[in-house]
Ligand binder design. Structure first.
Ligand SMILES: C[S@@+](CC[C@H](N)C(=O)[O-])C[C@H]1O[C@@H](n2cnc3c(N)ncnc32)[C@H](O)[C@@H]1O
Length: 310
């Protein structure tokens, strides 16, 4: 059984076809690309220090062209033989900050909400996590997960292409729940945290990573027209005080937290695998401590939370 009877049932539909019954005109093309990927023999997989696979391949150029068709690759990087999928985000940098929290992933069941293409799920397996359910509504990420997992072939990761609130998850308990880079995209951040808390096992932990705004903003910065650092759908950027107020209202206790860290142009940038606008066009070029909308530049912070039982 995968995590729980409920997760087993909900994730079954996506084992054969990663998109299930989703309707999107891009799906057919993605499925063709995934089907045309080579079937590797004697593959070597590394998930602890990076996400890489190595196998004998006669047509490296053709493989690279297929993987490029799945762009934009926002999360990564991934290595497929000598092909370096240099994604927009160097997600390894967030993972290094995550590692400093010293969490034990061995044997744990994990829910990664807003998992992107599964980069952190692969790295979690590298650290000995037992089973990981990823929720990701953006089908472009789902196509990339299917392509990478075609090679890694992990049976310990499953992805459901749904938002948490539409996932029908109710009766499952996870040891760890990741919500990284999501809180500010939620119209109702309190409901988001409430939903996470409800899916925690008794001694479970929520690993929340979010952008925190400076304390002058009181509880939260509310960007005009929900645009911040060129990103759409940014509704609330809580201050540290605002985050802690939310946690308290929901009976979540902070058991560890990191110092805020400014996003850098090394961590997020345009590459050939994500050739569109990136972080360089998100900041005011004359004053990089401000976004192009005139708000403080993004600084991100981790919180480790547990249910206080209240
Ligand atoms: C900024 S990205 C962060 C991705 C990854 N977690 C990371 O930290 O690099 C936010 C992701 O969460 C997804 N997302 C946003 N709201 C969500 C929700 N309510 N439930 C599940 N996924 C969500 C988006 O599709 C997007 O891929």
């Amino acid at each position: 059984m995968f995590i729980s009877e409920e997760v087993e049932k909900l994730s079954q539909d996506y084992l054969e076809n990663p998109f299930g019954k989703k309707k999107d005109k891009r799906i057919e093309g993605w499925l063709e690309i995934i089907k045309a990927l080579p079937q590797p023999d004697n593959i070597q997989v590394e998930l602890l220090s990076e996400v890489s696979v190595n196998f004998h391949c006669n047509d490296s150029r053709g493989l690279e062209e297929k993987l490029l068709l799945l762009l934009p690759w926002r999360k990564g990087p991934f290595k497929v033989n000598e092909i370096f999928i240099d994604s927009e985000w160097d997600s390894g940098k967030k993972w290094e900050r995550f590692l400093k929290l010293n969490l034990d992933l061995k044997g744990k069941s994990i829910l990664d909400v807003g998992s992107g293409n599964g980069y952190y799920a692969f790295r979690s397996i590298g650290l000995g996590a037992e089973q990981i359910l990823c929720l990701e509504p953006n089908l472009m990420h789902v196509s990339q997960f299917a392509a990478i997992n075609h090679f890694v072939d992990s049976k310990m990761i499953r992805m459901i292409p749904e938002r948490l609130e539409n996932s029908s998850l109710e009766n499952s308990d996870f040891d760890l729940i990741f919500s990284m880079g999501l809180l500010y995209h939620q119209r109702n951040p309190k409901q988001h945290l409430y939903d996470l808390r409800n899916l925690l096992s008794k001694k479970g932990r929520v690993i929340l990573e979010t952008i925190v705004s400076p304390k002058e903003y009181g509880v939260a910065l509310e960007p005009k027209e929900a645009k911040y650092a060129s990103m759409p759908n940014v509704h609330y950027l809580h201050t540290d005080f605002g985050c802690k107020l939310l946690f308290k209202e929901l009976g979540l206790r902070v058991i560890a937290e990191s110092a805020p860290e400014l996003t850098s142009e090394e961590e997020q940038r345009k590459t050939i695998w994500m050739p569109f606008k990136s972080f360089e066009s998100a900041l005011n070029q004359d004053n990089k401590s401000l976004t192009i909308e005139g708000y403080p530049a993004p600084a991100r912070k981790f919180y480790v939370l547990e249910d206080s039982g209240i």
